[in-house]
Ligand binder design. Structure first.
Ligand code: DGY
Length: 429
């Protein structure tokens, strides 16, 4: 298929996964609105329908909880093809049925992009309407995912990180006692080859964490204190730090003086805290189990997001460039979600090795902003090659380009349209 045909297919995927203002990640496997999926999808819509792009994010915020959280899934209608559905979550925190935790907060960054690229200038008004919700959501993260004000965000569930079965969670997840779960039937493995999905031992614990949180009624302060899983995640920490910088830019443009001062404090707190995730021997940022203090020992694709977060001192840049080149010599397509030199690496199992287009997009932005256009372009070209070879898969083998997980995937289509497609690059030039 030519690149122009792929552009057309990508637009068709978004349109066909559109449920009337919000977009499902893919039919069958993920039949609801997912938080960060939707926000990346807005970037794709923005390449041909700005109004529709804003609708996507506005509809996500319609599900915001009273305490400020924006949930990771909004269950706008019941769909028996997905497990665990709304009755298993048992939440009551917001206006719509939803899951009970959040997901990486990319919204402020994407909203800033929508404002920056809006030819009419009217986007700033829509950003102004979303600003209070964004402020509340970011405050919620600081209160309940960084309760000791350490400047790093923890996740209370692997799903909150968006990177479900990452090897970084293995030890902390094994320590979760399997209890309070009813017999259950997974649905994901009837849509996708089980070899590309998490194991049953993982699912038992995913559900046990949900039960523990349900037992405290998803009260965020109690969850922060008692949840059996509480792991500081470089991915969500870096995405949040970046989002705060973009939120600051929006607040400044909107003349919101008090918010500006508040966000500046958040940025200072996160800049200091993020450094505590640095692993001296590995020379990269890693996850830290906040219940035990134990650091993980592997480099994930999120380690590269330090640059996206603006932590671009000489030492960090040169360490990440060296890791980048080492990994590039091991696999044909960057960036594997886990270090191919690590014993836990598996090229086709979800977050244990495969390449994800939207992570590549964020890593590349970080490299470009740090002045490294060559590595940024290698990521774009690899992402384009993966999609040209295997279409709009959920994720890809870094070794063979094989597409895996769900097909006709919305955020892969969106990232193609906004960044990876050669026709997009020509337009930008
Ligand atoms: C799933 O169901 O696998 C999702 O990743 C949870 O968000």
């Amino acid at each position: 298929m030519s690149d122009t045909d792929l552009d057309t297919t990508a637009r068709t995927i978004l349109t066909e996964n559109d449920q009337g203002g919000y977009t499902i990640p893919t039919k069958g496997l993920y039949p609801y609105q997912w938080n960060w999926d939707s926000v990346f999808v807005a970037l794709g819509f923005a390449t041909f329908d700005q109004d529709r792009a804003w609708r996507e994010i506005e509809m996500l915020f319609e599900g915001q909880w009273r305490d400020g959280m924006v949930p990771h899934i909004l269950f706008r209608k019941d769909d028996p093809s997905y497990f665990p559905g709304p009755s298993v979550w048992g939440t009551d925190g917001g206006p719509l049925p939803s899951s009970g935790h959040s997901q990486p907060p990319v919204a402020a960054s994407v909203i800033r992009d929508l404002v920056d690229t809006d030819p009419s200038g009217s986007a700033l008004e829509r950003a102004a309407a979303l600003l209070p919700g964004l402020m509340q959501w970011h405050r919620w993260f600081l209160s309940y995912r960084d309760p000791k004000s350490q400047g790093v965000l923890a996740v209370i569930h692997p799903w909150e990180s968006g990177r479900d079965n990452l090897p970084d969670w293995d030890d902390a997840l094994r320590a979760v006692e399997v209890k309070d779960i009813e017999p259950y039937e997974r649905k994901d493995t009837s849509h996708v080859d089980p070899a590309m999905r998490p194991h049953k031992e993982d699912y038992d614990r995913y559900l046990s964490i949900m039960s523990a949180c349900r037992n405290v009624d998803w009260d965020p302060a109690k969850v922060a204190k008692t949840c059996p899983f509480f792991v500081a995640d470089p991915g969500i920490t870096f995405i949040f730090l970046r989002a705060n910088r973009d939120l600051l830019n929006l607040a400044e443009r909107l003349g919101k003086t008090e918010e500006v001062a508040e966000i500046q404090n958040w940025i200072a707190r996160m800049e200091t805290g993020a450094k505590t995730l640095w692993h001296d021997e590995l020379k990269a940022h890693v996850a830290v189990d906040q219940r035990t203090g134990k650091m993980t020992n592997g480099i994930s694709s999120a380690s590269f997001l330090a640059l996206y977060a603006g932590l671009a001192d000489e030492h960090t840049i040169s360490s990440l460039q060296a890791h980048f080149d080492r990994i590039a010599s091991k696999v044909r397509y960057l960036m594997p979600s886990y270090d191919p030199d690590h014993e836990s690496y598996e090229p086709l199992r979800y977050w244990r090795g495969p390449v994800w287009a939207m992570i590549n997009y964020m890593i590349a932005r970080g490299f470009a902003e740090a002045g490294d256009a060559v590595r940024a372009e290698k990521l774009r070209a690899d992402t384009a090659a993966l999609i040209e070879t295997s279409g709009f898969a959920e994720y890809f083998s870094p070794e063979t380009a094989e597409g895996a997980g769900g097909g006709t995937f919305s955020w892969t289509a969106a990232i193609w349209l906004t960044w990876a497609s050669p026709s997009h690059v020509e337009k930008a030039a």
